[in-house]
Design a protein around this ligand. Structure first.
Ligand code: PMV
Length: 338
């Protein structure tokens, strides 16, 4: 009972922040993103009587290895809970060995959870013989979502994707906007020098409505994901740039005005915001967006990608950059890691 899946992280243009329902993880609006070709997790799951407990090991591209423990944090706990859920669904008791290999450095502050969670759910369900759930992308995305992450559910489809707004578990699922060959967008992630440990997104979603601006964000979002979707379909860079930057700033304003306040942006992030504005004035097509961390995602086109990479690496806050193109979503593959 062994299977392997690969799955990318993604960068959201219209972000998911705050929930309609904390148990079912229902987002407050449609949220869309692009998969990232150089932020991929490949995960093998085996259920066997040879194992006396569940183990999850993560291996980074720099060969750093980490043995996860349930107590490491809520996202990690969710991974262990997913293994338990699979056992309950299939009514067996076998424990699992999980190994996940990343094609980017581990613990560098790069959000690996979307890649890790979606790959583990796909490999786990496939290994347990629930392949009908893995083949059906909508269903797989629902399973990924309730395993702990709406953003991870966006990684299930290929290329440019969205998780649609809905009122019930069944109504919230991934759908493709366009495949990975549709548009030559590039996301250069500038990994900045690490800062103090951040607040988890799970906690952030739960306190989002303590911000007086959250209600305004939800009202603002009415019709916005559809405009972003249209901009992607029409390859309208300027519209996507405007919508995405507004969305990212708007989300961080909510985070900073929650109780307790959550600050993900750092001095380095601010430096990048200023620089992106300058680069645009030089005629370069580029915009910034930030997830729950200080690292700027610099979205550009293949024409400008190498200039942006070079410029990003020249900024003193940058440790290194990761060059990403749109790519396929979650896939079952035949090469097992063990
Ligand atoms: O899915 P989560 O709980 O990891 O939340 C992701 C939240 C953001 O990365 C900040 C936004 C997004 O839509 O990716």
């Amino acid at each position: 009972m062994k299977a392997t899946a690969s799955s990318p992280a993604n960068i959201a243009f219209i972000k998911y922040w705050g929930r309609k329902d904390d148990k079912l993880l229902l987002p407050l609006s449609t949220t869309n993103s692009m998969n990232l070709s150089n932020c991929i997790a490949t995960t093998t799951v085996e259920f066997s009587e040879n194992y006396s407990e569940d183990t999850i090991t993560i291996v980074g591209s720099n060969d750093s290895t980490k043995e996860l423990k349930k107590s490491d944090g809520d996202k990690t706990e969710m991974l262990f809970n997913t293994l338990e859920r699979i056992r309950t669904l299939k009514k067996f008791k076998l424990k699992a060995k999980v190994v996940s290999k990343l094609n980017f450095p581990f613990q560098a502050g790069v959000a690996s959870s979307a890649a890790g969670i979606s790959a583990l759910v796909a490999a786990g369900f496939e290994a347990a013989g629930l392949s009908e759930k893995v083949k059906d992308k909508k269903e797989l995305s629902r399973e990924v979502r309730i395993s702990g992450s709406v953003s991870a559910a966006r990684s299930v489809e290929d290329g440019f994707t969205e998780v649609v707004y809905g009122e019930t578990h069944n109504d919230v699922y991934v759908q493709q906007i366009a495949d990975e060959k549709h548009w030559d967008l590039v996301d250069i992630v500038a990994v900045l020098n690490p800062e103090a440990k951040k607040m988890t997104t799970t906690f952030g979603h739960e306190v989002a409505f303590t911000s007086p601006f959250m209600k305004a964000r939800v009202e603002y979002l009415n019709g916005i994901p559809e405009q972003a979707r249209q901009a992607i379909l029409e390859k309208d860079f300027d519209t996507l740039a405007t919508l995405s930057e507004i969305d990212s700033i708007n989300m961080h304003a909510v985070m900073m005005t929650s109780n307790p306040a959550i600050f993900y942006l750092s001095a380095g992030s601010m430096e990048f915001i200023k620089k992106v504005q300058e680069w645009r004035e030089e005629g370069i097509k580029v915009f910034f967006t930030f997830d729950a961390g200080p690292n700027p995602h610099l979205i550009t086109t293949s024409e400008f990608a190498h200039i942006i990479k070079k410029k990003a690496e020249e900024i003193s806050y940058t440790q290194f950059t990761i060059y990403n193109e749109p790519c396929k979503g979650t896939q079952i593959i035949q090469d097992h890691l063990f």
